[in-house]
Ligand binder design. Structure first.
Ligand code: PEP
Length: 253
């Protein structure tokens, strides 16, 4: 059985005060929301990771970095390494989020180096994949998602990939209010799971968690989670309101 996993990506949307206030509001109710039945993680802006970590204290909520650089240290102005975020309490790192790919311009090869660096640095990467609207409209969803998944996991053994979570996030659904239907999401998730079976083996395919992301809200979380291959949710906008994020966690439990 795959344990449900709900992750909140705060992007560049909180400041020091609101980061701590949001963390405190989540931690105050998370056990009621899910007990230990759901893995929960949040991804605050880098600057506030330590303050959020302190606010979470000994709760079971994990912390993640929204990105990392693939080198460990050195002359890489402005970058932050896996070991740096690990040292201040991160468990996870997002790799290849659609805004990194399509706003900042990261390609598959760079995303792969980040996944590898996260694992080598003791973090659990969440590899994000997903098609643009024009790719869906020209029936290229499967081709794009297959390419991104294969490239993202390139060179990794099954043992290493057991530490990876994949997030299917159709770019047209992120921050737009449009959500993939449960059927569209399930189709993509099943395709990714079959790909993992082909690339590795049945066991890893059954074990790997695949999250859906793209305008998840309290009102659509349960129907998405009801699909066989949807193991959790990566939430952007709705993770910025504690009561919405908690309702989504409840729906996943
Ligand atoms: C995301 O940032 O990964 C995301 C899915 O955002 P939203 O929920 O706002 O669409």
């Amino acid at each position: 059985m795959r344990k449900p996993f709900v992750a909140g990506n705060w992007k560049m949307s909180t400041d020091s005060h609101s980061s701590v206030a949001l963390a405190e509001a989540i931690v105050a109710d998370v056990s009621d929301a899910a007990g230990q039945r759901v893995d929960v993680a949040v991804f605050p802006p880098f600057l506030y990771l330590q303050a959020v970590c302190k606010a979470f204290n000994s709760s079971h909520i994990a912390l993640g970095a929204q990105d990392i650089y693939f080198e460990q240290n050195g002359a890489f102005t402005g970058e932050i390494s896996a070991s740096m975020v690990k040292e201040i309490g991160c468990t996870y790192a997002l790799c290849g989020h659609s805004e990194r790919r399509h706003v900042i311009g990261e390609g598959d090869e760079l995303v792969n180096r980040k996944v590898v660096a996260a694992l080598s640095g003791g973090l659990l990467p969440i590899l994000c994949v997903g098609e643009l609207i024009k790719e869906r409209q020209s029936s290229k969803t499967s081709e794009v998602v297959t390419r991104q998944t294969k490239a993202g996991l390139a060179g990794l053994s099954a043992e290493k990939v057991s530490g990876v979570t994949i997030a299917y996030e159709p770019v047209w659904a992120i921050g737009t209010g449009l959500t993939a239907t449960p059927q569209q999401a399930q189709e993509a998730h099943a395709m990714i799971r079959n790909l993992v079976v082909e690339m590795y083996d049945e066991k890893l395919g059954e074990e790997i968690r695949i999250l859906y992301g793209g305008s998840v809200k309290p009102g659509n979380a349960a129907e998405l989670m009801a699909e066989r291959d949807i193991d959790g949710l990566l939430v952007g906008g709705a993770s910025l309101k504690a009561e919405d994020f908690l309702a989504i966690i409840r729906a996943a439990a």
